[in-house]
Ligand binder design. Structure first.
Ligand code: ADQ
Length: 741
């Protein structure tokens, strides 16, 4: 079994300094309980912050080190200042409200990103220092979005999982974040990214498509040389533990004490005091119910437990005052000498007291404005071993997806909530039991242990890095192969695609002109006496002539439809230009361009192309499908082919493709020539296919390919070409070509 490295912002302990030592208490929260078992079984480590920023004296520090080592916990030391910026400032001041759709809580100017980066880097250093090959790394939550990416740089072969405990917001909201790209890239360092619900996964996938331009399949994203899996893993609670606690006779006594003679029905709320949990509107809805149903006065009571949380964040201090004010107002307006409508407890309760309260409740109110999952709802269900009690649950809690038999409320609708609270109080016994039974089965089946096991199983199923590397034969292997072949031979034939291979894609084709670096690189390659360089592109002859006309290289425009020999500098077409198909196709392309903002038509000598790189992704893809359908009908009897490239559809005469530019390679030439072809597009597959098996074919970026090797992008292509410059062709002498590993 692999060792498990759990990485979360906090260690599952609370540390309090004592005279000459420290007291370490284990946390009992859902995450801590759920992960403790695999932590202990796997002989692994739990890496996180201890919660301490104050310096300990040497005996205290020694005591803490001993305690941590015994529990296999590793502290990531964070200074007071860094915690202020990373945790309170960026994580809880910016990410938390934004991911919960509460834009008004976000500061006018987003700051402390630097602290966020610094803390994630501190985590990466500690994890990398403790990592051993074969370990599984499981990173948790929004404080550590960058960590998977930082770890991937340090540990390219590690298996890394990431789970987000809070919602992933709609892409339209997420994209307001200035650092959106870096956060997404950070997450994509993982091999598996998990969410509580399919909606969060969908939002994340849309962000990847619209912000980073990745194409996402339902449960995976293909990156250059690597795949990232996406999954839904709704987190559960330790239902068995809650059930046994609830059945304890001591708890039964406490339940009776809370319920008294049963003449006052009890509604219960249990939350961290957080503005996402919907406490003020819940209080307003309770107040409204008392207004609408005066007969309930002195007959119902709301017990609201709120555990103090994030007390150093400004928004939470104001929020506390708001809740205090509302409780005071309701109690002042409705209370009598023998009845207080809202019983407010501002502290955390020990687990037995919590379970007693869950058991005593007639109605459990879980009404967050937005919540990743909400474990309180599940703890309530697990504790109701008596099979009774009503759960009122917000539509905007992740749990609603799994617990639809609850009474679902829109917490923003105060009047509607008041009606539903009333309905829950009045619900007949049979209905209460009928609704609770399926909830109980689900909460027990999909408990926290099942959650941990299914995530780790999915992560464990991902092929270990070595076999992934073999399957894709990445950049280091390509560089080694090129170096070796160059050393064995005495001439070099280089066949290079342009867009997406030598330069990155740009919004419009004319922006992708060669930069000075590239021009110098091509010139240097072309001036080697032993090298023959071919540039083969889908572009027009005029463009290639303008950009590369003065280089002594072969130019092939329009995928090889027209070529220029460096000796004669004459452009020669491969087939007759024209055809009756052009006019109607052009009309069709113009019409679709008018309907698709951001798309454009390119008219070439032989071919016509419709580019939709700048169009809205969804519309672009839909229109491209539509266009292909119409073109297929229109052109069924014509000697043309329709080619779907990278956000472009091209219509060109049949049989003219990049493969035809390959110069004759009789056996004697092949034996003495290193043939290297590099391209990123579907059209380059024709080139790869036309080359003999000895050729070194290299695909740039993701997607299916006939090529033998794959490298990740333009920068890596240029690096490989630079290596070629540094290495003389070997004339069979096997001259030292140090492949960069
Ligand atoms: P939280 O926002 O902390 O967690 P939640 O899932 O409800 O929210 O978990 C709270 C935990 O704290 C529960 O185990 C509960 O028993 C305990 N708790 C709350 N109030 C308490 C009180 N007054 N006294 C004692 N204990 C109290 C984040 C996300 C959630 C997601 C979890 C797990 O915000 O949406 O469900 O992570 O992924």
């Amino acid at each position: 079994m692999s060792r498990l490295l759990i990485v979360a912002n906090r260690l599952p302990i609370t540390v309090s300094p004592t005279e000459g030592g420290v007291e370490v208490q284990r946390s009992t929260g859902g995450l801590a309980t759920g992960l403790m078992r695999p932590h202990e079984n796997s002989d692994g480590l739990w890496i996180g912050w201890s919660g301490m920023t104050a310096a300990l004296d040497p005996p205290q520090q020694a005591a803490l080190d001993r305690e941590l080592a015994a529990l296999r916990l590793v502290n990531v030391p964070l200074s007071d200042d860094l915690v202020g910026r990373f945790y309170e400032g960026y994580s809880n001041g910016v990410l938390w409200p934004l991911f919960h759709y509460l834009l008004e809580q976000i500061p006018l100017q987003v700051s402390h990103w630097d602290g966020y980066v610094e803390a994630n880097e501190a985590f990466a250093e500690v994890v990398a220092a403790h990592y051993r090959p074969g370990d599984l790394i499981w990173v948790h939550d929004y404080q550590l979005f960058l960590l998977p990416g930082l770890l991937r740089e340090r540990l390219p072969d590690a298996r890394i999982g990431f789970f987000l405990h809070i919602p992933f917001p709609s892409e339209e909201l997420f994209r307001t974040l200035p650092s959106r790209d870096r956060l997404l890239r950070g997450m994509l360092g993982a091999d598996l990214v998990g969410f509580h619900t399919p909606a969060y996964l969908r939002h994340f996938a849309t962000s990847l498509t619209d912000i980073l331009g990745h194409s996402v399949e339902i449960d995976r994203v293909q990156l250059p040389g690597r795949e990232v899996r996406l999954g839904v893993f709704p987190m559960g609670v330790d239902a068995g533990a809650f059930a046994s606690l609830a059945a304890d006779s001591a708890i039964e006594g406490e339940v009776q004490a809370i319920r008294g003679d049963g003449s006052v029905r009890i509604l219960v709320g249990v939350d961290r005091l957080d503005y996402t949990k919907g406490i003020p509107r819940r209080l307003l809805a309770f107040e409204r119910m008392l207004e609408l149903h005066p007969e309930l006065r002195e007959r119902v009571r709301l017990v609201q437990v709120a555990v103090p949380s994030r007390t150093k964040v400004g928004a939470y201090q104001d929020f506390r005052a708001l809740v205090d004010g509302l409780v005071g107002r309701i109690n002042g307006a409705f209370g009598t000498a023998r009845w207080v409508p809202v019983h407010y407890i501002f502290r955390g309760l020990a687990e037995p007291d919590l379970v007693a309260l869950y058991r005593a409740a007639d109605v459990m109110l879980v009404t967050p404005l937005r919540d990743g999952m909400n474990l309180v709802a599940k703890e309530f269900v697990a504790s109701r071993t008596d099979g009774d009690g009503v759960l009122v649950l917000s539509e905007f809690a992740g749990a609603a997806w799994e617990l639809p038999e609850a009474i679902l409320v829109n917490p923003y609708d105060v009047d509607g909530s008041a009606d539903l609270f009333y309905r829950a109080l009045m619900m007949p016994r049979e209905e209460r039991r009928a609704r609770l039974a399926p909830l109980r089965t689900r909460v027990h089946t999909f408990d926290v242990h099942r959650w941990v096991a299914s995530f780790l199983e999915a992560l464990g199923e991902i092929a270990p890095a070595e076999s992934r590397a073999l399957a894709t034969a990445g950049a280091p292997a390509a560089r080694r192969a090129v170096a070796q072949r160059v050393a064995e031979t005495d001439s070099l034939l280089l066949l290079l695609d342009y867009d997406g291979t030598l330069v990155p894609f740009t919004p419009t084709p004319e922006l992708a002109r060669p930069d000075a670096d590239l021009a110098a690189l091509l010139r240097a390659l072309a001036s080697r006496p032993d090298a023959e360089l071919h540039l083969v592109s889908g572009r027009r002859q005029e463009t290639l002539e303008q950009w590369f006309g003065d280089l002594p290289i072969w130019l092939h425009a329009e995928h090889g439809f027209v070529s220029r020999d460096p000796a004669t500098r004459q452009w020669v077409p491969a087939a007759e230009v024209g055809g009756s198909w052009r006019e109607p196709v052009l009309a069709m392309l113009r019409e679709i361009t008018q309907r698709t903002p951001g798309s454009l038509v390119e008219v070439k000598a032989a071919a016509l192309a419709w580019h939709y790189r700048m169009a809205d992704q969804e519309t672009g893809a839909r229109r491209a499908n539509e266009l292909r359908l119409h073109l297929n009908q229109l052109l069924s009897n014509q000697p043309v082919e329709i080619l779907a490239g990278n956000r472009v559809i091209e219509i060109r005469p049949y049989g003219v493709h990049k493969g035809r530019i390959v110069p004759p390679l009789p056996p004697e030439r092949l034996a003495s020539t290193a043939v290297v072809a590099i391209g990123d597009d579907r059209t380059d597959e024709d080139l790869f296919g036309a080359l003999p098996p000895e050729a070194i074919t290299i695909k740039v970026g993701p997607g299916e390919t006939k090529a033998r090797f794959r490298i990740e992008g333009v920068a890596a292509v240029r690096q490989l070409l630079r290596t070629l410059l540094e290495t003389g062709v070997g004339a069979g002498a096997g001259r030292g070509v140090g492949a960069t590993p």
